[in-house]
Design a protein around this ligand. Sequence first.
Ligand SMILES: *Cc1c(COP(=O)(O)O)cnc(C)c1O
Length: 408
Amino acid sequence: MSDGEGAMDWRKGLRPETLAIRTGIHRTAEQEHSEPIFPTSSFVFESAGEAADRFAGRVPGNIYARFTNPTLRTLEERLAALENAEDCISTASGMAACLTVFMGILQAGDHVVASRSLFGTTVQLLQGILGRFGVETTFVQLTDLSAWEAAIRPQTRILFLETPSNPMTEIGDLQALASLAHGHEALLVVDNSFCTPVLQRPLHWGADLVIHSGTKYLDGQGRTLGGAVCGSRDLLTGPRSFVRTAGPSLSPFNAWVQLKGLETLGLRMERHCANAMELAQWLENRPEVSRVHYPGLASHPQFELAARQQRLPGGILSFDLGGGQERAWKFMDALRIFSRTANLGDVKSTVTHPASTTHSRLTQEARAAAGIGDGLLRLSVGLEHVEDLRDDLVRGFSGLSQDGIALS
Ligand SMILES: *Cc1c(COP(=O)(O)O)cnc(C)c1O
């Protein structure tokens, strides 16, 4: 509590690397140096009167871990500082963060305009679940501003996107979409899981709420599920009340792991980006590759927009081997370092074949329209030595010219 308003003064002007290590620390009487973990579901009152005061909100203090927990609060303060947001609510997962925004803000009859290139489960949440409760969603092409505008209705409350998109790394113009949203009394909500606040701060460009899957780069080592929503205190009132009532609350242990993850976020993101850049440039010169999608390449159609709104191009890239699924699978199965997994944002590099996994629910036509061919592979570039990663990709290319599948 001592860190409340006064904290804003010393924080002013601090850089993300410092904020990620120093924000939100409230030492106990033990004067521990590292952030403590509070694995407790409830908190004790000194007296019946104090219990009544806390329940009535007359005195601050913890009551029950579904509402507040000091470990969660440290994480929330740190993420809010990193996103330069007034406040933050942590959630049990990235999907819980999405649900929290929708349930905390929308009501039956409301309308959402969302990018077609969203995390698949977010599409399912909007269509399959919120659709049943009278919230309608129109999906549009991320980069087509006129399509966003045309989809807006009087009932539109939220414009929702991820940028860069998965797996094609298309860039949404945050500033343009924020002014479009505000011109129609809607909110711009951005899932910032791919960039993290180290690379991109959507609120700076006018976004109203930022969502994170902490499972990805914030943890960074593939250990926990977690999520967060950052924004103004006012806009977070509904979402906070939803978390407290419905209970998609983060566990203190996972919050603590993610706090430790944040301490190295700046360093990690720089290396993720440097490794991805090197591999993207190298892949672009391979004769077997028809196309590399990475916002750091001059050949990316939105190279300049990415350079303006992101500090670095990110750790995710995709490339097209041409040909069909067999060719892509052969390449993938020959790799020994890149893990074959759908996860991303981990210190361990991963490889995914979107057409047969993350995007297999789409029809062939929908995939083709999005540019997700059967020969496309997505890499989440980790922190292994980049030359070892490149050698692994060489193994993949060798796999293409062999009849055998895996070398391992
Ligand atoms: C993984 C992911 C999510 C969902 O997060 P979980 O923590 O797995 O629930 C949402 N958005 C993006 C962009 C993701 O990559």
